[in-house]
Design a protein around this ligand. Structure first.
Ligand code: FE2
Ligand code: FE2
Length: 132
């Protein structure tokens, strides 16, 4: 029992906010009529985002969309910022290694790019509406 409480406390302390974002994204997708695969993509889309991502990482990430080559260079390496910049690609790789379908892998890989399919539009909308 105590072990479970400690486990839960550690879980909420480290990944609580991200976990809420994942479940909220999935909930909104269900509400929008998404099928189970799209809901899975919603749960997993930010799985590779570092737990200690800071606000400036997100702001800089948006600004760097205007400079893709600089962005790509900064996304290499092990720093929190590099792993944040690369989280869509890394998350897609993790999902593929875990046996996710190509549709799910692709949705995760592209979730910070301009949506071009109906699936991508739905995920982008749920992602945005699920922001804390
Ligand atoms: Fe993301
Ligand atoms: Fe997200």
């Amino acid at each position: 029992m105590l072990h479970r409480v400690q486990q839960t406390a550690r879980y909420l302390g480290s990944a609580g906010a991200d976990d809420r974002h994942a479940t909220e994204t999935a909930r909104i997708l269900r509400q929008l009529g998404a099928d189970e695969e799209l809901v899975v993509a919603g749960i997993l889309h930010d799985a590779a985002k570092p737990a200690n991502t800071l606000l400036w990482h997100r702001v800089a990430g948006v600004l760097l969309d205007a400079a893709p080559r600089v962005r790509a260079r900064l996304a290499r390496g092990r720093s929190t910022f590099a792993r944040y910049l690369d989280h869509a690609r890394r998350g897609a790789e993790m999902a593929r290694n875990d046996g996710a379908s190509e549709r799910v892998v692709r949705l995760i890989a592209r979730h910070h790019q301009r949506p071009v399919t109906e699936d991508e539009r739905l995920l982008a909308r749920a992602d945005r509406e699920a922001l804390p």
